[in-house]
Design a protein around this ligand. Structure first.
Ligand SMILES: Cc1cc2nc3c(=O)[nH]c(=O)nc-3n(C[C@H](O)[C@H](O)[C@H](O)COP(=O)(O)OP(=O)(O)OC[C@H]3O[C@@H](n4cnc5c(N)ncnc54)[C@H](O)[C@@H]3O)c2cc1C
Length: 422
């Protein structure tokens, strides 16, 4: 079904990452109507930005594409992208959700041919690649985006160039005058799956992210390694230098009362996974992992063992004190003390990757329903009547657990609908 085409009821799913997508398709496939609301122009959430998934190291497009197919084929699912739930009124079984549809400036006629992006001269910072590289002001977020439809940046839509692009589109899809609108939709239950945001590494001032060009973050590293990323998947520095000597710093800002006090559970596994990206491109690279203690949560010890077989990975038990930069080579220099030996180190690398944690989006943007409970970090801990949270809205989870949580939330939502129907 198309953007904005609403059905009369029944389950509202907010957030189209792995968890929300799962809730939507599971509920729809057993006969319930679903409205899926996603803030970004595309579905898939953070998983869509990953290069590969641990533990199998398959590409996220596999898992995502199956869900996109299920959405495409199910007339019970209506969706809104670039949309948000502004307000919810009513009670369990009888809510009204006010949905704000932000303008995409490209209508449903778009075939994603790319003529507009080729003709567009304006480039902007690319949020999909976390600011690595530039993107056209009219674009698709990535080559595997769903819906496969372009969008235009709101600021750019006001420009003369945006108006000129209207005539470039062979199917008349570009509408720089498109406006936001709101729609009120009755729903019986609500599943909130708005996921997570990477912790802002520039807050960890001792590590120099944002000041030192070769200090990066784990999510940036996913994009740097991705074949549709800013370097076409080549792991290189901004100056083009190969990365033969790389360090990963675990718990960068995590488990630290100055920053993010909790453990994000997946960062150790994500860094282990990222060592395989390095190894695939640089068979002789030296890799160092600085860690407090390694956490291969759930049943991932086997994955850790596989990574430990790589003899060119050095594991140093330490939370480095700071990173400096060599002013000539621009190499980051990691400074600290090995906790096991007590020996101080100061080592230069081609690149340092900070394994930063996951902050819930509900920390800054709450569920607009009274009675929902949160922990001190903003994760949802308790549901209100007919309103349930799922996926990383409830805690830092891997994809498999997010999918399980999405399925469980579908059942909860279905029970509410069934109760309301009597
Ligand atoms: C560096 C790194 C690597 C990782 N690698 C792996 C891996 O290899 N394997 C693995 O299993 N897990 C991995 N993970 C974890 C994985 O990213 C999460 O499990 C997954 O993203 C959780 O999905 P989610 O749907 O809960 O949240 P998200 O992926 O965050 O999706 C939430 C969705 O909600 C949308 N949204 C946000 N706010 C609103 C709003 N107000 N209204 C509407 N929509 C909204 C967002 O745009 C997004 O689409 C990794 C995590 C990190 C940090």
């Amino acid at each position: 079904m198309a953007d904005g085409q609403a059905v009369s009821q029944t389950i509202l799913v907010v957030g189209g990452g792995m968890s929300g997508l799962t809730t939507a398709v599971e509920a729809a496939e057993v006969g319930y109507d679903v409205i899926l609301v996603e803030k970004k122009p595309y579905f898939g959430g953070r998983a869509a930005q990953l290069n590969k998934y641990f533990p199998k190291l398959c590409t996220p497009s596999c898992g995502l594409e199956i869900n996109f197919q299920r959405i495409r084929n199910n007339p019970r699912i209506s969706y809104f992208t670039m949309a948000e739930v502004e307000e919810v009124t009513g009670t369990e079984g009888n809510f009204t959700a006010r949905i704000r549809q932000n303008p995409r400036f490209v209508n449903e006629k778009c075939t994603a041919c790319g003529d507009c992006a080729r003709a567009c001269e304006t480039e902007v910072e690319d949020p999909f690649n976390f600011g690595l590289g530039r993107a056209k002001a009219i674009r698709n977020a990535s080559a595997i985006s769903y819906p496969n439809r372009f969008f235009m940046d709101a600021e750019f839509a006001k420009s003369e160039e945006a108006k000129r692009l209207v005539s470039v589109c062979p199917v008349g899809a570009i509408e720089p005058d498109m406006e936001a609108n709101t729609v009120d939709i009755p729903v019986s239950s609500i599943v909130w799956s708005t996921g997570w945001t990477p912790y802002d590494a520039s807050k960890i001032t001792a590590y120099g992210f944002g000041r030192f060009e070769n200090v990066t973050t784990n999510m940036r590293f996913e994009r740097l390694s991705h074949k549709y990323g800013p370097t076409g998947g080549k792991i290189i520095r901004p100056d083009g230098k190969a990365v033969q000597n790389i360090a990963f710093i675990q718990c960068a800002g995590s488990r630290d009362h100055n920053y993010l006090p909790f453990c994000s559970r997946i960062c150790c596994l994500a860094s282990m996974k990222q060592t395989t990206y390095v190894r695939a491109q640089y068979p002789d690279a030296n890799i160092t992992i600085y860690y407090i203690d390694l956490r291969a949560m759930d049943r991932y010890e086997g994955f850790q063992k596989r990574i430990e077989e790589d003899e060119k990975i050095r594991w140093i038990k330490s939370k480095p004190a700071r990173i400096d930069e060599d002013p000539v080579t621009k190499d980051p220099i990691v400074i600290g003390e090995d906790t096991l030996t007590g020996i101080r180190f100061s080592e230069a690398y081609d690149m340092v990757v900070l394994a930063t944690g996951m902050e819930p989006n509900t920390a800054s943007s709450r569920v607009p329903v009274p009675g929902v409970e949160y922990d001190e970090y903003g994760f949802v801990t308790g549901s209100a009547g007919g309103v349930f949270a799922s996926g990383c809205s409830t805690g830092p989870l891997d994809v498999a657990s997010s999918v399980q949580a999405g399925t469980a939330a579908a059942l909860k939502a279905i029970q509410t609908v069934a109760k309301a129907r009597g």
